[in-house]
Design a protein around this ligand. Sequence first.
Ligand SMILES: Nc1ncnc2c1ncn2[C@@H]1O[C@H](COP(=O)(O)OP(=O)(O)O)[C@@H](O)[C@H]1O
Ligand SMILES: [Mg+2]
Length: 272
Amino acid sequence: MAKINRLPSDLANQIAAGEVVERPASVVKELVENAIDAGARRVAIHIELGGKKQVRVEDDGEGMEPEDARLAIERHATSKIRRADDLAAILTLGFRGEALPSIASVSHFLLRTRARGRQSGTEIRVNGGAVAGVVEAAASEGTVVEVNDLFYNLPARRKFLKADGAESAQVSRIVTQLALAYPEVGFTLTSAGRTVLQIVAPPTHRARVMALFQLGLGGGGPIGAFIAGSLAALWGLKLAMVLPALAMTVLIGFVLVRSRIWTMRTVERPNF
Ligand SMILES: Nc1ncnc2c1ncn2[C@@H]1O[C@H](COP(=O)(O)OP(=O)(O)O)[C@@H](O)[C@H]1O
Ligand SMILES: [Mg+2]
């Protein structure tokens, strides 16, 4: 008797989700990268309970036509490549066409989008991979994706998630990295009604690094922020260069602190 079955598409998507979606931060990364690929200038990210209850990413990018919105949630559906030749010249962040269907297969998922210049938008709801409704809907230009109750249908994966605070921290870290890598894009991150990050575009690399440092992420204080920002500006910062800038800041900060201790010691122990 034959032993090989074709997997139903829901199950295939859930298996693919195992690679694409590990935790709320990976959902945020995929959705923000899609927004950037769509030419967004502003991306607003909202999370509830560390993203376990909700991740919402809203962008002002090019949006999707109704037919594209329907296709977007299907496996291996992408606007980013058409032929094998395109693989050699990829300029976008995604191209496998797997993120949206994978995420939608492990959540209560909502996509609302309106293409630039269109009168109305499209809203699609998917529950655990099953399309629950596609309707014409009022929407702002751009796209909103809401991912609710991540892994609600895979309790073993849900159990693997950390406490809300730890998941929020991972989301902040991902958004910070994306904000450093895309200085031309404005980002806001809110968590349970509280603004965690707010970075307007288009600042210079220097302004952006300083803003992120001043939020305490670098722990370098205003002097550290200034130095890191200046180094960033000097070196035409790309993400990989943040690390040397950080290392330099820590080093300079350390030297400053040490020299202050030495000065104080000299003052405290005068030489009679
Ligand atoms: N925020 C968005 N704005 C406009 N189009 C989007 C957005 N997110 C997804 N899409 C469209 O849906 C398609 C599928 O997205 P995804 O599943 O992430 O696959 P990929 O990014 O690998 O193409 C994309 O190729 C793009 O055409
Ligand atoms: Mg993608």
